[in-house]
Design a binder for this molecule. Structure first.
Ligand SMILES: [Zn+2]
Length: 128
């Protein structure tokens, strides 16, 4: 999917990624977070790590959620890069553009997503 539309989503994904990183940073009170450190591909050896241990415990659950989101965004960006973005991982059909606009990290078309959720008994995460 190397079309102008994948450019649109790439920009949207990069904006989401920046938002998640900003949230992580805010949770840290300005200190670099573990997820952000990973996202920055270990550009810096942070000496805030030990100092941040206590805060990390407090922020852990929230950060795990944000980190999962970050991973999903990075995977979506990877799919944009390799041309598989917007294709359902289960059936290979194109995911509806409206669905991608609502949830740019969507992996499946609506039909496959419904099947996957019924199979796992999972509920849709809030906001998706
Ligand atoms: Zn599908």
């Amino acid at each position: 999917m190397n079309t102008p539309i994948s450019d649109t989503f790439r920009q949207q994904l990069q904006a989401m990624r920046a938002d998640v990183l900003a949230q992580l940073r805010a949770q840290r009170g300005g200190k670099i977070g573990r997820a952000e450190a990973a996202a920055n591909a270990r550009e810096t050896e942070s000496d805030d790590w030990a100092q941040a241990d206590a805060e990390r415990d407090l922020a852990f659950a929230m950060e795990e959620r944000e980190s999962a989101e970050l991973v999903a965004i990075d995977e979506a960006l990877q799919r944009v890069a390799d041309g598989s973005y917007g294709l359902c991982v289960d059936c290979g059909d194109a995911i509806a553009t409206a669905r991608l606009h609502a949830n740019p990290v969507a992996l499946r078309c609506v039909a496959c997503q419904d099947k996957a959720e019924q199979a796992s008994g999972a509920t849709k995460p809030a906001g998706y």
